[in-house]
Ligand binder design. Structure first.
Ligand SMILES: [Zn+2]
Length: 83
């Protein structure tokens, strides 16, 4: 199975089964699991990070950055000071 002691595990319920599997976060953009990094609680692979860097200066990139900022603020716990 490739699971070692202290490996993070994922537990989920599928109808009547409880499934335990090795926790392998995958990229929110391309769904692949290698070289994944955490960015504000989201998992993004290095390839998509590079792609995001490349599109940062395009209109689509500007929109994406704006959208990410909005959703980040939306999830902020009420009552905590703004960053
Ligand atoms: Zn990716």
């Amino acid at each position: 199975m490739g699971i070692a002691v202290k490996d993070p595990l994922e537990i989920y319920v599928d109808r009547e089964k409880i499934i335990l599997s090795k926790y392998e976060p995958f990229c929110i953009f391309c769904s692949q699991a290698d070289e994944v990094k955490y960015i504000k609680d989201k998992t993004v692979c290095v390839h998509c990070i590079n792609e995001l860097k490349n599109i940062k200066n395009t209109p689509a990139g500007v929109f994406l950055m704006f959208y990410c900022k909005l959703s980040y603020q939306y999830k902020r716990v009420p009552g905590t000071p703004a960053a």
